[in-house]
Design a protein around this ligand. Structure first.
Ligand code: FES
Ligand code: FES
Length: 159
């Protein structure tokens, strides 16, 4: 049976009706039309569906909607400020850290989550943190470079 849930998505209060078992990913994509968050494996293994829940990176495909009622959720659509990209988005563009870009929203959300927890992570910490995000195009080295670049920009006061 469907129930009503209140969420705060990208700073906006929203109410959705969904089965308690529904995944946060399906609600974001199908009810709220936020299709930037991608479906990859559906099993918590690839990271394509990563969003922030209360500022922490979380796999939305294995997060039930009932578990995030009332919580603040940020998706890739909520990162930019107007026309200005988030420093992590900008760094991905500058470093050319994508090819097909299917993994990119999840990579960026995981990276934003990492930089919230650790402002200046080492290369090893970045690699470790993004281990659960799979890129089939082999762009990991450029992604790590982008995260390092973003960390510098953010320390310089970009955000
Ligand atoms: S789609 Fe969620 S981790 Fe793969
Ligand atoms: S850029 Fe294609 S999967 Fe990562």
């Amino acid at each position: 049976m469907a129930s009503k849930y209140s969420l705060k998505v990208n700073g906006r209060a929203v109410a959705v009706e969904a089965e308690a078992e529904a995944s946060l990913l399906s609600v974001l994509r199908e009810e709220l039309d936020l299709t930037g968050t991608k479906y990859g494996c559906g099993e918590g293994q690839c990271g394509a569906c990563t969003v922030l829940v209360e500022g922490r990176a979380q796999r939305s495909c294995v997060t039930r909607i009932a578990a995030v009622a009332g919580k603040a959720i940020t998706t890739i659509e909520g990162l930019a400020t107007g026309e200005r990209l988030h420093p992590v988005q900008q760094a991905f563009v500058d470093a050319g850290a994508f090819q097909c870009a299917y993994c990119t929203p999840g990579m960026i959300m995981s990276s934003v989550g990492l930089l919230k927890a650790a402002a200046n992570p080492s290369e090893a910490e970045i690699e470790q943190s993004l281990q659960g995000n799979i890129c089939r195009c082999g762009t990991h080295p450029r992604i790590v470079a982008a995260v390092q670049q973003a960390a510098k920009a953010m320390q310089g006061g970009a955000r």
